[in-house]
Design a protein around this ligand. Structure first.
Ligand code: PLP
Length: 287
């Protein structure tokens, strides 16, 4: 496996960064998780736009243009002879001194890792998953809102730990007012009377690229699909609930905080949406 590291492809064992890298010292950097399906990179442009916007927000200059970065991502897949892959793109502030001041970092560091796809167990898509709500609240302060996909993921990690402690697959984050925001690394949709609702970004949700694709899939299939604000109560009494994300695609949630959703199996709208999503990933990518 070859990793792209600041202009070179290096073996996985040799892909190392300095302990003085501010990405390591302070979580100072941005990232993206992207997926390629049969050689098509799904919505690469959207992912790169989000990466560059996250970087702009934290005043981090990415040393490549979007066009150059597109080539780097494609090349990383090519040199690893991958067709279906999970791609992690990281830009850190780079090597500096021990002080927090980013001016000591002369050059941002760009890393691209492409790995064979580790698919979720197929069985989970048939049974659906159980989730709980986490006590950690979603930080939605203005600049460091979830829209800025930075290397500071502790909020999300604490939520994942709560899921682990509860023995379930994922946990839900509420924002400070108690409105449902998202999962630790995925977006949530609830369905009531065939209408799909997902929280708007300002509530404290990342505007997931899968989420946006699902809003399109749903509309194309004739469902009403909107952004809306809701509480845990609305999740408990929904007809169906599912999560979306680059890695997970669309996965049904059948139990939330002990409340069974619908009849406790993935619902027909969720299955219909998943089928629609799988159809577009085959056509939508960048070669
Ligand atoms: N929410 C958070 C906090 C995430 O980290 C992710 C994954 O990147 C998502 C949602 C899903 O976003 P996407 O569909 O762009 O992968």
């Amino acid at each position: 496996q070859l990793i792209y590291l600041d202009g070179d492809f290096v073996k996985k064992e040799d892909a190392k960064v300095s302990v003085y890298d501010h990405g390591f010292l302070y979580g100072d950097g941005v990232f993206e998780g992207i997926r390629s399906y049969n050689g098509n990179i799904f919505r690469l442009e959207e992912h790169l736009v989000r990466l560059y916007e996250s970087a702009k927000s934290i005043l981090l200059e990415i040393p490549y243009t979007i066009e150059e970065m597109t080539e780097v991502v494609k090349e990383t897949i090519k040199v690893n002879s991958l067709q279906s892959a999970y791609i992690r793109l990281i830009v850190s502030r780079g090597v500096g001194n021990l002080g927090i001041d980013p001016r000591s970092c002369k050059q941002a560091s760009v890393i691209v890792i492409a790995e064979p796809l580790a698919l979720f167990p197929a069985e989970l898509y048939e049974t659906g998953i159980e989730i709980v709500s986490a006590s950690s609240r979603r930080n939605r302060s203005d600049v460091l809102s979830p829209k800025t996909k930075t290397l500071n993921y502790l909020n999300n990690i604490l939520v994942k730990i709560e899921a682990n402690l509860a023995g379930v697959s994922e946990a839900l984050m509420m924002n400070g007012e108690g409105y449902v925001a998202e999962g630790s690394s995925d977006n949530i949709f609830i369905i009531k009377d065939n209408k799909l609702i997902t929280p708007p970004g300002y509530i404290g949700a990342l505007e997931g690229i899968t989420r946006n694709a699902i809003l399109e899939v749903a509309a194309n299939k004739g469902y009403e699909a909107i952004e809306g604000v809701f509480t845990r109560h609305d999740v408990y009494v929904a007809d169906e609930v599912f999560l979306t994300g680059t890695a997970v695609e669309v996965i049904a949630v059948v139990k939330v905080d002990g409340r069974v959703i619908g009849d406790g199996t993935p619902g027909k709208v969720t299955n219909d949406i998943l089928e629609g999503f799988r159809a577009i990933v085959e056509q939508d990518g960048v070669k």
